[in-house]
Design a protein around this ligand. Structure first.
Ligand code: PGA
Length: 317
């Protein structure tokens, strides 16, 4: 028998709600991902756990036994985590982090989970652009930073923990909205709204177009992702933004992603500290939490990430 804690957690959520949909919502997973975990558990145990009657599901007799043991195993694990936390001094502590303004679209959710797990921890969060983050790292003002590709000329330790695709967005009525595989050169006829100097998104955008020899026209310079989205909706130009920033507008049909050749530009989110800085127990716990748990907590699929860097990287920003 080779069952995993993840399978037990997912199964227990389905058994508690007697619903795959509600379990998926609670765990921030897709319904197929939840079904797959339950199926795998059934295969490992070689027993059916649920039966379907009409639109409803019920635990089988064996499912009820498995649920009983799952709950007690998971309670024991939580208890163990609590004991280890207090032994490691995680009961109380301070975490000082700074994140790129674009990361602010997902960091609060992750912080909420972390603070729930470690209620004694006090967090101070600063949200600012890439340039300021680098100054804060250089001046040793923060424990950890969350940012796009760190620069190679600073003495840093960093590890990627999430993909960060950059996309081009337009209002739904835009001429290019329904086009497929729009050639990059076609973008030369459009106006782009750009973030302020010092923004990682802007640096990535300028580098990408320069590498592909595309000369875009830049219109207004706008100091935040929110303002760019509003301006794009108002028809002032196209925006090049992290996909993380536009989830809501896409769902509401206020913006669309243009299907442009070579896109998305794949960037990554990194958790960064000064190389050699001794991380506090809390900072180390948060770093591990981001690396190990954020894709699952944010309901993202499998991530293809670059490797960890301990000192100076050869890749560039
Ligand atoms: P920004 O950073 O919010 O400063 O644009 C995002 C990134 O570096 O990708």
């Amino acid at each position: 028998m080779n069952i995993t804690l993840r399978q037990l957690r997912v199964f227990s959520a389905v058994a508690r709600h007697l619903s795959f949909t509600r379990a998926a919502e609670e765990l921030c997973l897709t319904q197929p991902a939840v079904s797959m975990q339950v199926k795998q558990l059934e295969n490992q145990l070689d027993v059916p756990l649920f039966e379907h009657l009409g639109k409803k599901i019920f635990l089988t007799e064996m499912g009820k036994e498995v649920y009983h043991y799952s709950r007690s195993i998971l309670q024991q694990i939580d208890e163990l985590q609590g004991v280890l936390n207090s032994m490691k001094g995680l009961g109380k502590g301070r975490l000082k982090i700074s994140v790129a303004s674009t990361a602010n679209y997902f960091i609060p959710v992750l912080l909420a989970g972390f603070c729930q797990r470690y209620p004694g921890v006090t967090v101070s969060l600063d949200v600012t652009n890439r340039e300021t983050l680098l100054t804060q790292l250089a001046d040793n003002e923060v424990d950890l930073v969350v940012m796009g590709q760190p620069p190679e000329d600073m003495d840093l330790g960093y590890e990627a923990f999430l993909e960060n695709p950059l996309v081009i967005v337009a209002p739904p009525e835009h001429l290019l909205a329904k086009e497929k595989k729009i050639p990059l050169q076609r973008l030369e006829q459009e106006v782009f709204l750009v973030r302020e100097p010092g923004s990682g998104t802007r640096i990535a955008m300028e580098r990408f177009f320069a590498q592909h020899d595309v000369r875009i026209t830049t219109g207004m310079e706008v100091g935040s992702n929110e303002a760019i989205k509003q301006s794009v909706q108002a028809g002032l130009g196209l925006g090049l933004l992290s996909r993380d920033t536009v989830e809501m507008e896409l769902a509401l049909g206020r913006l669309v992603i243009l299907n442009v050749a070579e896109f998305p530009i794949m960037r990554y989110w990194y958790v960064v500290n000064r190389h050699g800085k001794r991380l506090s127990v809390v900072a180390q716990a948060f770093k591990d939490y981001l690396i190990k748990e954020s894709p699952l907590l944010l309901g993202k699929g499998e991530q293809r990430l670059p490797g960890r860097v301990e000192k100076k990287s050869r890749s560039s920003a």
